[in-house]
Design a protein around this ligand. Sequence first.
Ligand code: F0G
Length: 362
Amino acid sequence: MSTSSQIETPNRWQGIIHRYAEFLPVSEATPRITLCEGNTPLVSAENFVSAIGGKFSLYLKYEGLNPTASFKDRGMTMAISKACEKNAEVVACASTGNTSAAAAAYAAKAKLKCVVILPHGNIAMGKLSQALIYGAETIAIKGNFDDALRIVRELGETGRVEVVNSINPVRIEGQKTAAFEICDQLGRAPDFHFLPVGNAGNITAYWKGFKEYFDRDHTDKKPRIFGFQADGAAPLVDGAPIKNPETVATAIRIGNPASWDGAINAAKESNGMIGKATDDEILHAYKTIAQSDGIFAEPASAAPLAGIIQAVKRNEIPAGSIVTATMTGHGLKDPDRALSTAGTEPILVEPNTASVMKAIGM
Ligand code: F0G
């Protein structure tokens, strides 16, 4: 919100509402609660493509570089701004960790009370630390994400809290701006877009964004959307909700996605697909992209990379294609997984050059 003590800063990036207001349900009356999210880089991953034997260009939308280190900030600037416009006093969400981090940060900025409900024992350490340091009321339940979302829906029905999960449609509106940015950065729409799927809000948002840009003549095509779930949490692929989802990619450990229809539509309308990758495939892609191109994304973000490896094996991506994929969250969110996956440890030596040279084989 601008106050009289603030100067005008026209050249400063001021977040996705400022940049894409004409595409969003906002008006002059909507307060703008922003941490300057969006404008994330589209990084070329040519080494990864060579390593897997592809003949196309791959660009990664590095959403881990948002203010709370995931794509959720795009939806949350909208959800919290609209909550303020409605004079809400309390916001609440269920989360596997990233939504809660974003809700806690934007609620702090807006001076709203924030309640986050998390599945106990299945939240990456970085994400839990975010909810706590931003000052959210943090509740851990002895259940999974699907249980937490059920409780949050019920809290919403009391009329006393504003739900900021992606069942709130303004979240989808904010998140669709990532598709706009990809098209703006490429100067065209990609041929394929790959992304991870959990509660399925983001795949719904991307497809909406790509369609709107096409409909308003900003692009002359729409990409095929390829969404990837984790093997032990793939209800959209298996065709039915899963009671006890399991995967190392805790961000997408979800058995009954809220935006089920949105995900199925995106895949169908775009002539794409929803696939699944095993934990081994996910961790292999996670380590490969870090070591081939210097991109540290969290395990869930590696699901679409595992999907790209599968697509190359099936010969599904024609030579010369432009492929994009969303790296939804930063790798530092989940340091425990990085340490266990790297498979190496620091080498402890005496404090002299000879010992270091010996240790590094020189
Ligand atoms: N990648 C990351 C890093 C996520 O945190 C999520 C979802 C997804 C992918 C999947 O996106 O749910 O829109 O299909 N995280 C939610 C959360 C569930 O609570 O942070 P989706």
